[in-house]
Design a protein around this ligand. Structure first.
Ligand code: ATP
Ligand code: MG
Length: 281
């Protein structure tokens, strides 16, 4: 089972959109996916429709108990795609975690239970764009960390500074037994005014100072209105925009490339028309 956390020390960079779209595509490609909304503002929890009456317990129970009980899992309207909702509007969980010596591994341990590893092929965790104990727990729970970097972040060099701090804080040793997964940077919401070569050059410079602890994904997610439209329609973007005219690749293609890069064993597989999951359960 692959555990992947989407994180960034900055807010509003596209983490939730990315988590939701990647989760739904992997589910359409036949993987059994569990998304976890680890942001106290429950955007991922509301992203896709949930069958009426099926909202259950959520993240609070997972963190407090240190396990993902059946009642903490909410099915979405799409096949193969389940969700642990964020149910902590007052933001008590981070403070509670701070009182726990095992705060770094609590989520990791919960996701390592056989009931979860047998039931899912992939867990995707969405986080809040800030620094805190919940983000640390989500980062330490993952094998792979994906960090969307937008052109604004690049210009401010926030990625290097924020990421460096995160890596330093969470390196093995700080949390015995919990090694940090590999960090992959994703150029995200790239617009036509940003020069791809300049981005690559700057990232390479920044990565130099990060000591080889970060790699850059080949896939670039462009700025496109399809991502917003799909979110408004509460639809996965690969279903919303299957084709487009012009030079920019369709969201269908971009999301597939990203999914293949992150999960190489499904490379080359496409979510077809009349996809599994159409109609849902
Ligand atoms: N590829 C894209 N092109 C254009 N707009 C996008 C793209 N991806 C996401 N967006 C838009 O960017 C905005 C921020 O996205 P999102 O809410 O996913 O960010 P976030 O990192 O989860 O924010 P927060 O830190 O508040 O949780 C949203 O309005 C979303 O529709
Ligand atoms: Mg978000």
């Amino acid at each position: 089972m692959l555990k992947l956390t989407v994180l960034s020390t900055k807010g509003g960079v596209g983490k939730t959109t990315l988590t939701a779209n990647l989760g739904a595509l992997l589910a359409d490609l036949g993987l059994r996916v569990l998304m976890i909304d680890a942001d106290v503002q429950p955007s991922l929890s509301k992203y896709y429709p949930i069958p009426r009456g099926l909202q259950r317990a959520g993240l609070t129970q997972v963190i407090l108990r240190g396990e993902v009980g059946v009642e903490a899992i909410t099915p979405t309207l799409f096949n193969n795609l389940d969700l642990v909702v964020s149910d902590d509007p007052e933001g008590r969980l981070p403070a509670w975690l701070l009182t726990r010596i095992d705060r770094g591994f609590r989520l990791r341990a919960a996701l390592s239970a056989p009931a979860i590893t047998r039931s899912y092929d992939c867990v995707l965790i969405d986080t809040q764009g800030a620094v805190g104990p919940l983000q640390d727990a989500a980062a330490l729970a993952a094998d792979v960390l994906v960090s969307p970097i937008t052109p604004e972040i690049l210009s401010a060099r926030e990625f290097r500074d924020g990421t460096m701090e995160l890596l330093d804080r969470l390196q093995p040793g700080a949390h015995v037994g919990a090694a940090l997964g590999t960090l992959k940077a994703l150029v995200y919401r790239q617009d036509r005014t940003t020069d791809a070569r300049l981005i690559a050059t700057q990232l390479r410079e920044d990565f130099g100072s990060l000591g080889g602890r970060v790699s850059l994904l080949d896939t670039v997610v462009p700025y496109a209105k399809a991502y917003k439209e799909a979110a408004t329609a509460r639809m996965p973007v690969h279903r919303h925009e299957r084709q487009r005219a012009g030079r920019m690749p369709s969201a269908y293609l971009v999301m597939h490339r990203l999914a293949w890069e992150l999960v190489p064993r499904i490379a080359g597989a496409y979510a077809g028309p009349g996809m599994r999951g159409e109609g849902g359960r």
